[in-house]
Design a protein around this ligand. Sequence first.
Ligand code: AHM
Ligand code: MG
Length: 333
Amino acid sequence: MAQHYDEGMTLHRFIFETTQAHPDATGQFATLLQQVSLAGRMVSSRVNRAGLGGMLGGTGETNVQGEYVQKLDEYANSIFKNALEHPGVVALIASEEDEEPAYTPERFRSGRYVFCMDPLDGSSNIDVNASIGTIFAVYRRRTPEGSRAELADVLRPGSEIGAAGYIIYGSGTILVLSTGNGVHGFTLDPSVGEFFLSHPNIQLQDSAKTYSVNEGYAASWDPRLRAWVESRKEAGMGWSARYIGSLVADFHRNLLKGGVFLYPATDSSPKGKLRMLYEAFPLAYIVEQAGGMATDGKNRILDLCPTGLHDRTPLYIGNRAQVEEITALLSDR
Ligand code: AHM
Ligand code: MG
């Protein structure tokens, strides 16, 4: 069978080569990414067997966001935290599933990095076998290593992110990563249990003709946005719509094929739905690394600074021309 990946470039090797290039590397960053890969492989395996292993459905609890917690949400949250709390590389983990930050327990060394994650995004799609994913961002902490981290280590502008990525559990499992030097995708070969480089240097075209948005809420959008979406549908415009309702899946499709994803403010949710730290920031970092753009309708997403772990923001993200157009439209008061 023909391989659609580079057998010579495992994620392990890529991380090693990337971090070796930094003269002050201590190995902590490499270890962190290896542990993310391990946790991703564990979640991927569980997602694939979810229907067989009794992992579908809810736990009966609601999370800090008031959302119904799925068994796989809880599983993914604990797997990532378990992988990252002990090797002495992380000081604090902020997770969608936890109201408070998880500080590295005192029995382990409090390392150099802060990790923000949505352990299982798109969880309303678990029971219907549609793609879901993990989204993450990494900051280098401000406070000294070895000490307990502080909230100030994580409540920072997105522009201070050092690395970000996501893992999509779909028809295959792909880890997409940027450490500030382009965007690279690695496909999991389950027979080997390793990610291999399959999508080197992903770049977005300047423009595209696909939009992804939940149009069910159109009546409560800003009328200028409603008019923009309506005008995409005019005869001869050549536009398509794609929306599954898993941010990772919608974003990944647009990253590979071109398209703009919108999660606008609505009358009842002026900040939209998506969370800044572990949904908007990581994907904005990736899209910029791929030559695209992300705004909240006015400001660059990565210039925003959260005041709480679970702050929300409207999100317009994808090809530069379309995000610029929508932002110009919504900024013009
Ligand atoms: P989740 O983190 O609880 O899964 O919620 C976020 C998800 C995103 O994946 C997706 O873009 C959005 O919610 C879909 O929301 P809606 O159902 O309002 O279209
Ligand atoms: Mg989410």
